[in-house]
Structures are given as C-alpha cells and as structure tokens.
Design a protein around this ligand. Structure first.
Ligand code: FAD
Length: 173
C-alpha cells in the first residue's frame, strides 16, 4: 500500500517475472485483511448458514469454495427428502443434523488450515525446518495418494427432487 502506482506496477512485473508483460495499475488500491471465521451456530429458527458465512477459511489451502459446495450438499441431503414428502424443509431437527455434520466435517480442515498459516508466518528456525520437511513429504507419492483421496470423493448419485404440485423432476447437482 505504501507504493505509488508506477512502483506497484514494477513490483508486480518483477514478482510475475514479466510473464504478463508490463503491469499498470488502472484503479485505486484497496487492502483487504484475510480473516477466517467459524460461526458459533450454523442454524437457527428456519435459517441456515452455508459457504463462507458458516466457515470462512484462509485461502492458503484453496479449500474454501470446496467447503462451500460441501455445505450446500450437506444441507440439501437433509432438506430434499422433506421436500419430496411435502414436509416443511425448515424442520429444526433436520437443520440441526446439517449443523452437526457440517461442523464435524469442516472443523478438521479449518484447524489444519489455520496451523499451516501459523507455520508459514513463523520465521523461527524450527518453523522454517518444519516447512522444508513438510514440502519434501508433500511431494512424495504416498502423500499425493492421501491428498487425492481427500479431494476426489467417490461420485455420489445426484438426488432427484419431485416437488409437490409440479409434474416434472428437478435434477440437483
Ligand atoms: C484471496 C482468496 C483466494 C481464494 N482462493 C481459493 C481457491 O483457490 N480455492 C477455493 O476453493 N477457495 C478459494 N477462496 C475461497 C472462496 O473464494 C470462498 O470460499 C467462496 O467464494 C465462498 O463463497 P460464498 O458464496 O460462500 O461467499 P462469497 O463468494 O463471499 O459471496 C457472498 C456474496 O454476498 C454478497 N453480500 C455480502 N453482504 C451482502 C449483503 N448485506 N447484501 C447483499 N449481498 C451481500 C457479497 O458481495 C458476495 O457477492 C479464496 C478466497 C480468497 C479471499
């Protein structure tokens, strides 16, 4: 933020090693703090939080969007069967089940992401050594296998929804 537009353009040019050609700021600069959030409650009477509103992650692990999609899936898993039966989709027991499942599944990755942020913002020798070791381990075939298993979940059949009073079926997902 301390740089003038020309100096910022030159700095970006240097950091991208000239891959995008000359960089020239075309608007005012803004600074946005990277904050994280894990809501105390994901549901209340007839309402549920999804996406970043429920769990806002630091982008270091690039998982926020995935987690947002997972929250929608966890919620629809609960409310689609109710809609199919013509029942109230805001059933409080169903919303609480959504909350429990999404908290359980998102908390480990949220905590792991925060630890990685801590490690990468720590300049002590031990932290630097742990980073080097972690990067070396992350590049081994067994580590690739584990990460792939976490990221590529088995394909689930998209649920079909028959809305009461509407003849057709709506395919979700
Ligand atoms: C720098 C950065 C890099 C990222 N990189 C990755 C990545 O590589 N991979 C990944 O999976 N995720 C990444 N993420 C996270 C990802 O962008 C978010 O998890 C995702 O966008 C969340 O989607 P959302 O719909 O929940 O919220 P948002 O995308 O934030 O959408 C919320 C919308 O609501 C609007 N809004 C807010 N308040 C109001 C209001 N009062 N009235 C009306 N509208 C309102 C906002 O303008 C916004 O359009 C990154 C995030 C950041 C900040």
């Amino acid at each position: 933020m301390a740089l003038d537009p020309d100096a910022l353009g030159q700095e970006l040019h240097r950091r991208y090693r000239g891959r995008f050609g000359t960089m020239e700021p075309i608007g005012p600069m803004h600074s946005y703090p990277l904050t994280t959030a894990f809501a105390r409650r994901f549901v209340c009477h007839r309402a549920a939080l999804v996406g970043d509103a429920a769990v806002g992650m630091h982008p270091v692990t690039a998982h926020g969007f995935n987690l947002g999609i997972a929250s929608v899936r966890h919620l629809t898993d609960e409310i689609l069967p109710l809609l199919e039966r013509g029942a109230d989709p805001a059933n409080s027991a169903a919303l609480r089940r959504y909350e429990r499942r999404h908290r359980r599944e998102s908390l480990p990755i949220y905590l792991a992401t925060n630890s990685i942020v801590g490690l990468y913002t720590d300049d002590r020798l031990i932290a630097r050594a742990a980073r080097r070791f972690g990067l070396r381990v992350a590049q081994t075939p067994p580590a690739h296998k584990i990460v792939n298993r976490i990221l590529i979940r088995p394909q689930v059949k998209a649920p079909r929804l028959r809305l009461p009073g509407i003849g057709g079926r709506l395919r979700m997902g």
